[in-house]
Design a protein around this ligand. Structure first.
Ligand SMILES: Cc1cc2nc3c(=O)[nH]c(=O)nc-3n(C[C@H](O)[C@H](O)[C@H](O)COP(=O)(O)OP(=O)(O)OC[C@H]3O[C@@H](n4cnc5c(N)ncnc54)[C@H](O)[C@@H]3O)c2cc1C
Length: 323
């Protein structure tokens, strides 16, 4: 076997980040002339395998095992380990979601094979395959080559590849089994938490004032609300703001938030990580303010201001209110 893509499920279907990883694997497979297979297991694995068989892949491998019906890092890692030992793929690829971050390193440790995480692309150079990732908060990009024999595990970052590039096809499903000893499965998980319903619909907004970690503390959030009121804009945010609980989920823009295309997108103290940019790059006019002149957000901005948002935002609000 050449390339094995391991699927993650979400609400009974293939998770978007897994489809992106599959699109990456299809592109890699074409470039290096290797076949792509897919592995489906876990809750609703039957549905996942059916969905996967409609893509351009060599075959779909299905595992149905009651031990995999709810998430367990031990069971998931052991399953992939056994499949890799049986099928000997050269690459094992997953979309690097938060769940996958929890167990993919375990697979690497159990197999004693390298794991390259948060990959955003690859390059082929002669016989070499180099996987690209960003380091130091996106300031540098490095190319990594595995020098060991046997499989290399690769976790593709969310939004690194687009599901729009997925090629359709028709593949056979092959069912295999693994041996999981319940006594050795030390962790079980609870039900996933429910996303909130309702909230703001940023997709319909004409203007969005979007705030990132540059705001530094919750006390400063009031200045964003004042600016948004002055501009009659909705408030968007990068993920850390939502993770900190400073705004509800529905304000998040990006690959795991909303995709927006307002006339004006004001990106304040947002670095421009790919997962954020993918959700706002369709905006008509992007204005970025960041104190780091090398911040990646300036690559997508129509207008850029290098400066301190904590000084600029109150003055900007005052100027707009005086108009
Ligand atoms: C699976 C997955 C999904 C994700 N989904 C999303 C998503 O949907 N949306 C999202 O946004 N992120 C998402 N992320 C997180 C993403 O990778 C970044 O970590 C996040 O976007 C960074 O947010 P930020 O730009 O606010 O923070 P940082 O990267 O910390 O950047 C803060 C920026 O503020 C600037 N700054 C600091 N102080 C000031 C100041 N006083 N004045 C001006 N500038 C200042 C800094 O120079 C820096 O550029 C996801 C990550 C993963 C792994």
């Amino acid at each position: 076997m050449d390339i094995l893509v391991v699927l993650e499920g979400a609400n009974g279907a293939i998770h978007r980040i897994s489809k992106e990883a599959l699109a990456a694997a299809q592109a890699l497979g074409k470039d290096i002339n290797q076949k792509v297979s897919v592995l489906a297991f876990g809750k609703n694995s039957d549905n996942l395998s059916k969905e996967a068989s409609s893509f351009n892949v060599d075959e779909v491998i299905l595992i149905e095992d009651d031990n995999l019906n709810s998430y367990s890092a031990d069971a998931y890692a052991e399953t992939i380990k056994q499949v890799v030992e049986k099928e000997s793929p050269k690459f094992v690829i997953m979309g690097y979601s938060y769940l996958v971050r929890d167990f993919f390193p375990k697979v690497s440790a159990r197999l004693q094979k390298p794991l390259i995480t948060d990959v955003i692309g690859y390059k082929t150079d002669g016989g070499k395959i180099l996987f690209t990732k960003q380091v130091i908060h996106g300031k540098l990009t490095v190319d990594i080559e595995s020098k060991v024999d046997g499989p290399v595990l690769v976790g593709f970052q969310s939004a690194a590849y687009s599901v729009d590039n997925l090629e359709n096809g028709s593949a056979e499903v092959r069912t295999i089994t693994v041996t999981l000893d319940p006594a050795q499965l030390k962790t079980t998980s609870e039900e996933p938490f429910q996303e909130e319903s309702g909230g703001v619909d940023l997709t319909a907004a004409d203007k969005i004032v979007s705030i990132g970690r540059g705001i530094s503390k919750e006390d400063n959030m009031s200045m964003i609300k004042d600016l948004a009121t002055a501009l009659k804009a909705e408030i968007g945010a990068s993920r850390p703001i939502v993770d900190s609980g400073w705004l509800p989920n529905s304000h998040q823009v990006g690959s795991s938030g909303q995709s927006v295309s307002p006339n004006l997108y004001l990106a304040l103290g947002i670095s421009g990580a790919i997962q954020h940019v993918v959700g706002m790059k369709g905006s008509k006019n992007i204005v970025a303010i960041n104190r780091d002149s090398d911040a990646p957000i300036f690559e997508v901005a129509d207008y850029g201001v290098v400066g301190d948002i904590l000084e600029i935002i109150p003055k900007l609000t005052e100027a707009i209110n005086n108009l």
